[in-house]
Design a binder for this molecule. Structure first.
Ligand SMILES: [Zn+2]
Length: 527
């Protein structure tokens, strides 16, 4: 049985965990790594599997914008945002216009991404959970039973885990608005006493204020929050979550989930939801964050492969096995081939499990009826030959006319093939240096010609790593006030007669002599 179906069956057979409510969560503190997409898709697959069994089930996603900003993404203006460190994300201004807050900015982007891959949970903003007053009951329970929570930490982490008199709550400082710097020192059943410690953390300073305030939030005031591991259990109770897993980092022995389970049982008296631990989604590390500027954010991955392939690569791997996605080389063509294989399994009833993977990889609704699938690597191959008409070519492969739907599929694969060729394909497979100077080279501007002259000089040096040359190509363009696009177009045009090509450094290293000669010649031409 497919793994999400196994989960659904186990949940139903247990007779517990009703009403079925699947939940997952994330702090929207910056661009979302593709790894978090695995978490949300894993939960959504269990949700779909339950629904497919005819039971009523809800799926929610908490965007925890009430959490403090505890670090600054490198791509943001450091000077502008550093003063906000330690403050709640929903009270920090958005770096871009059109969003109510910093937390909303990233939360909305994430929502957009998971919606685009067919994941549509009921979104709950952490700030609203507190501001609506819904958390107040559990906040009181946790403050009243602070010593029980302290015991839980000590049982799990040793006698120095929390000091005597420790209270599980962080207040928003009434003077400086920071959440990460305050320490609660007392609770009288009505108000908490606290101090905003100047050196509480090493990444931002507190203001030294001491005061007493209510820990209960209301429409106009966010009072503060429970520590994350305690809050996790409290959210289960407040939202009514009965099914929630997490990445293996939270699920390890002594991890956050161990604390949450105990809090659930011993402090707030709520049954622990059905849980599981899923493996990580790794990306090609250095390669992914190479000089092409392609990182491992969910948004960037969504630009290089179609949404259903993102679903497919998560769905096809059992939840407890790691996924490593490295877009270099043949990863993307192989992924398309594997997708085509499960499609055929579904259409021809070959393998039940593969068929189910195809079904669950769909963005929405039922899978399309059987149709011709142009092989991705062939699309990429023919795309480079200006003499080939793609539609004619694939009608010949199919042996009959392409339907409108098939033309759309071909068109889409062509679009992604072009991205793959430009960024990830290895040059020996797909590109050919023209025998003579291509006629397209006559259209290069004098700036582009000058740039090629500089590249010829760069090639005179020894390059042990292609990555370093690639970086140097970028820097040289920048130095000359040329955009990356215009610079690389010049290289491709002079060598391939095309405006795009494989990674330039690799192409140049493999064809050094011809590149140097051609580039030198292009500088001396004046027209
Ligand atoms: Zn303060």
């Amino acid at each position: 049985m497919f793994w999400a179906d196994e989960f659904a069956q186990t949940i139903i057979d247990s007779g517990k965990h009703r009403p079925y409510w699947v939940d997952d969560m994330k702090t929207p503190s910056g661009r979302v790594h593709i790894g978090s997409v695995r978490a949300v898709v894993t939960h959504e697959l269990i949700y779909r599997a339950l629904k497919d069994r005819g039971v009523s089930v809800t799926f929610s996603y908490v965007l925890e914008d009430h959490d403090p900003m505890d670090g600054l993404p490198v791509y943001l203006d450091q000077k502008k945002f550093t003063p906000h460190l330690g403050r709640p994300l929903f009270q920090i201004p958005s770096p871009d216009s059109g969003y109510a807050s910093f937390g909303r900015r990233w939360g909305e982007e994430y929502k957009e991404i998971f919606n685009s891959i067919g994941v549509h949970p009921k979104v709950i903003w952490g700030s609203e959970l507190y501001l609506s007053g819904r958390m107040n009951g559990v906040v009181k329970e946790c403050l009243d039973k602070a010593s029980v929570i302290r015991d839980i930490y000590i049982e799990l982490y040793g006698k120095n885990a929390k000091p005597k008199g420790w209270i599980p709550f962080s207040v928003v400082c009434e003077k400086c608005g920071k959440l990460s710097t305050t320490m609660v020192t007392g609770w009288d059943g009505d108000r908490v006493a606290y101090e905003c410690k100047i050196n509480a953390v090493d990444w931002t300073k507190g203001c030294g204020y001491r005061g007493k305030t209510s820990p209960f939030s209301n429409k106009v005031r966010y009072a503060g929050k429970l520590p994350w591991k305690v809050e996790w259990a409290c959210k289960w109770k407040v939202i009514g979550v009965t099914i929630e897993g997490a990445g293996k980092d939270h699920m390890s022995q002594g991890g956050s989930h161990d604390i949450s389970k105990q809090v659930s049982k011993r402090v707030i008296n709520y049954p622990v939801p059905f849980y599981f631990s899923h493996e990580f989604f790794l990306t090609g590390g250095r390669k992914m964050s190479s000089s092409r500027g392609i990182g491992s954010s969910a948004k960037e991955v969504a630009e290089i492969i179609p949404p259903y392939l993102i679903r497919f690569m998560i769905t096809r791997v059992r939840y407890n096995r790691a996924i490593n996605f490295d877009p270099e080389g043949n990863t993307i063509p192989d992924l398309f081939d594997a997708y085509d294989e499960v499609a055929v399994s579904y259409w021809r009833g070959k393998d039940k499990k593969l068929a189910r993977i195809f079904e669950l990889s769909q963005i929405e609704g039922k899978p399309p009826a059987e149709h011709f699938l142009p092989r991705f690597r062939d699309v990429a191959y023919y795309l480079q030959d200006p003499k080939v008409n793609l539609i004619d070519q694939f009608e010949a492969v199919k042996g009959s006319e392409l339907t409108d739907w098939e033309k759309q599929v071909l068109n889409e694969r062509g679009r992604y093939a072009k991205i793959w060729l430009e960024r990830y394909a290895s040059s020996e497979k797909v590109f050919q240096i023209t025998k003579k100077v291509p006629k397209e080279a006559a259209d290069l501007t004098s700036e582009q010609r000058q740039y090629l002259g500089e590249v010829a000089k760069l090639l005179g040096k020894e390059w042990s790593a292609a990555e370093d040359l690639q970086q140097a190509l970028y820097e040289k363009a920048k130095e000359r006030g040329l955009s990356g696009k215009n610079a690389f177009t010049a290289i491709y045009t002079a060598l391939l007669g095309k405006t795009y090509g494989p990674k330039a450094a690799w192409l140049l290293i493999e064809n050094k002599e011809i590149a140097v000669n051609r580039f030198k010649a292009s500088v001396s031409r004046k027209g």
